[in-house]
Design a binder for this molecule. Structure first.
Ligand SMILES: [Zn+2]
Length: 314
């Protein structure tokens, strides 16, 4: 019997789900707007009743759910500000009772790290940190071949390590956090806040809306000087922070995941340069900076599928 896993990525806008095998092949996938479901139970039964899920149900060995504020230990989604269901949602318990399948809940950065380890760029690493660069910055930390959860299941909030004293205001209500600089929102903030002799003549000024993607495109494709300056600044802040984080877990690699990382080596090489420049001597020339190999629309589902196979194999 072919073993399959159901991976579900719960986001503020969409819920993506799919089934795949241990080689990372996705057999079926779909996505539904999150606001469709008044109750979390409705989401669970809708997926359960999808014909493409139903016909594979006997082959599904488990369910992996990635959610913001997902607590791995309790299996609950706790007070997620961007989800329509308020309070504490017993996600694992609800899925296990409807599907009668073992269910694992984790946050999106840990799921990305599991996906990278099983299907992507981290196959050969026992110590690495997955850095997810999206609206915010998250991290999934692997040490000695195990993901780190910490005492309460919430380890790895690298995005909220404060790197600039009294720096930019962060959504966590504190100041100077890494994600206020190295994330898509941070990059847009840099456009407004940074000053440079080339700012006035930048092609970015012609745009109706400034996005991180446009800034990357203008730096990479149009060689716009101010855009390049912003990307260099972002890489410097991130590379320098990653240099300090190396002291904590002595990683073999940092793997950059998410929208910003999609420019590939263009960005990862800049980050690597600033990482090396700032590293403590004993860590120099030992840490790779790589781009995720899960870069497609399935990445989030794949990470949650990987969590299931990881659980089953260990
Ligand atoms: Zn913060």
């Amino acid at each position: 019997m072919e073993k399959l896993a159901l991976g579900i990525d719960i986001g503020g806008t969409n819920i993506a789900f799919g089934i795949g095998d241990i080689y990372g092949k996705i057999i079926y996938e779909n996505s539904i707007p999150t606001k469709t479901f008044d109750k979390f139970e409705d989401l669970c039964s809708t997926i359960f009743n999808e014909p493409n899920i139903t016909c594979n149900i006997n082959n599904i060995i488990g369910i992996g759910i990635g959610a913001p504020n997902g607590n791995h230990f309790t299996g609950e989604i706790q007070f997620a500000p961007n989800l329509p269901w308020k309070g504490v949602i017993k996600a694992k318990q609800i899925f296990e009772s409807i599907f009668s399948k073992k269910t694992i809940l984790t946050n999106d950065a840990n799921a990305a790290a599991e996906g990278e380890k099983l299907f992507g760029a981290a196959k050969n690493f026992k110590n690495f940190v997955e850095i997810t660069l999206g609206t915010g910055l998250g991290s999934g930390i692997y040490i000695d071949d195990k993901i780190v959860y910490g005492a309460n299941g919430i380890a790895g909030e690298f995005g909220h390590i404060r790197i600039v004293p009294n720096g930019r205001h962060c959504n966590c209500k504190r100041n100077g956090c890494l994600e206020s600089y190295a994330s898509s929102t941070g990059i847009v903030k840099s456009f407004y806040e940074l000053d440079h002799p080339t700012k006035n003549k930048s092609l970015l000024n012609n745009l109706k809306e400034i996005t991180a993607k446009e800034i990357f495109n203008h730096a990479q494709i149009h060689k716009d000087e101010f855009s390049t300056y912003i990307i260099d600044y972002t890489a410097e802040v991130l590379g320098s922070a990653l240099a300090d984080f190396a002291c904590f877990s002595d990683p073999e690699a940092y793997i950059l995941f998410g929208g910003i990382a999609q420019s590939g080596q263009y960005f990862s090489e800049k980050v690597k340069f600033h990482l090396e420049k700032n590293l403590l001597n004993i860590y120099k020339d030992k840490i790779q900076v790589l781009t995720s190999q899960l870069h497609d629309k399935n990445a989030a589902i794949l990470g949650n599928i990987a969590s299931v196979f990881k659980l089953n194999l260990s």
